[in-house]
Ligand binder design. Structure first.
Ligand SMILES: *Cc1c(COP(=O)(O)O)cnc(C)c1O
Length: 437
């Protein structure tokens, strides 16, 4: 049954009059897949309802934060209590300390951290701090990784290793990205060449250890090991951007996954967001005491925020972390996510559709490709038109995936076996139609 999208369309038209593109963040506009964005009216558990009252199984979960599903009772209770005590003070609170302690308990490579309000803010501040702490300006990022929209990070590869990046957004002056070196993900040889050329000038290397902004691509263990070794050898800080993967792929975040294969592995700094705020505007960056003490008011690196450590956001984050720390939480979530991925893979195989998929904890990705891609160029070889047919076929059947093929997906604790079975059933139908040219 094709849902009537009238109310969504009417809202989208209205939104476009006063909000650029009708949305407050570009990917929401459905530009990559076409069609009308669904305006969410309310959500509960693994589902949300759009402006037409149509129900969807939600595999975005606010792009990761809603790991418990929507409206978890313990989180609601914590937020309601916090609301009555006050929205914002601009002065310290006990909950900020509790949340810092909780995060450091889960991610022990962090000795000190600072809370901020968005992943963009956290990533930007981490880079500034790395530059301030090392006294160096240049840094490495990887093509296809997203670290928020700070100027120096909106950059694509230049023409060679000796040249630095080019802006990917208008309004970013070339001189601002002059010190950003953009390399290919999982390319050890290029990484070694870059360090050989620029090692002594590098403040840091920032990476999504499991990239979730070019769909789902893991850094290989040898590649990650080389990143660690080269940073240590050259005095550059290894920054893990775990805004998406933090407390999402494992309780200890992606760094705990790599530590299983690389003994003693740890990044120097970690950027967190999404899950640690449980759906409220909250993010963090942290690292060793020596580095973090370079921040104002202790040190010379300035960073601040009126709403940082907001009391309602910290209540939401704390309650969320408490729930995901329960014994067996991640085992259950991982099992569910694998059941989804295995179900989709089986359905594609039965329909003769090229398909590959991967997952870790409550995060997954799939490609209409025979093998899992290893970098951005390979991800972009996916057939966009076929993905869009899959996306819309599933949307019509009440399954909401990310509206672009370069995004990861998320399963929450609230997704039931029934939700997964419904999703796989819907995919089975759509895959049959994908065979036809
Ligand atoms: C979402 C995300 C960000 C940006 O976070 P915002 O809260 O949207 O500013 C940064 N890095 C990664 C890896 C992300 O997934």
């Amino acid at each position: 049954m094709k849902p009537n999208t009238d109310h969504n369309e009417a809202l989208f038209e209205r939104a476009k009059r006063f909000i650029p593109g009708g949305v407050n963040s570009p990917v929401r506009a459905f530009k990559a897949v076409g069609g009308t964005p669904r305006f969410v009216q309310r959500a509960q558990g693994a589902h949300f309802w759009d402006a037409n009252g149509q129900r969807y199984i939600d595999y975005i979960g606010s792009w990761g934060p809603m790991i418990l599903g929507h409206g978890h009772p313990a989180v609601l209770q914590a937020v309601q209590k916090a609301l009555l005590e006050g929205f914002s003070f601009g002065a310290p609170t006990e909950r900020e300390v509790e949340l810092a302690e909780a995060i450091i308990h889960l991610v022990p490579s962090i000795e000190m951290l600072r809370l901020v309000s968005s992943g963009t803010e956290a990533g930007m501040s981490a880079i500034r701090l790395a530059r301030g702490a090392t006294g160096r300006s240049k840094f490495i990022k990887f093509e296809g990784c997203y670290h928020g929209h700070a100027d120096a990070l909106l950059v694509k590869a230049g023409s060679g290793l000796a040249t630095f990046g080019n802006p990917t957004s208008a309004g970013v002056p070339p001189e601002v990205v002059r010190d950003t070196l953009v390399l290919e993900y999982n390319n050890v040889k290029q990484l070694e060449e870059a360090f050989a050329l620029h090692g002594r000038e590098l403040a840091c290397l920032i990476i999504e250890p499991i990239a979730g902004n070019m769909n789902f691509v893991r850094a290989s263990v040898p590649f990650m090991q080389r990143c660690r070794e080269l940073c240590s050898q050259h005095g550059a800080l290894l920054i893990f951007d775990e805004v998406m993967t933090g407390c999402r792929v494992a309780l200890g975040s992606a760094q705990s996954v790599y530590a299983q294969s690389i003994p003693g592995f740890a990044p120097d700094m970690t950027v967190l967001g999404k899950v640690i705020g449980g759906g409220m505007p909250l993010a963090a960056f942290g690292g060793s005491r020596a580095v973090m003490e370079q921040l104002a008011p202790l040190g010379p690196v300035y960073q601040a925020g009126t709403l940082s450590g907001n009391p309602v956001a910290t209540a939401c984050g704390l309650a969320t972390l408490q729930e995901i720390t329960r014994p067996g939480f991640f085992e259950d979530l991982s099992r569910k996510t694998r059941a989804l991925v295995d179900g989709l893979t089986g359905a594609a195989r039965d329909a003769g559709v090229a398909f590959s998929a991967d997952s870790e904890g409550g995060m997954f990705g799939f490609f209409l490709l025979d093998a899992l891609p290893q970098n951005y160029t390979q991800v972009m070889k996916s057939d966009g038109a076929r993905f869009n047919r899959l996306f819309h076929g599933l949307l019509e059947r009440g399954v909401y995936l990310a509206p672009a093929l370069y995004e990861a997906g998320f399963v929450s604790a609230a997704h039931s076996a029934q939700d997964i079975a419904e999703t796989v059933g819907a995919a089975r139908e759509v895959f049959q139609t994908l065979q036809k040219p």
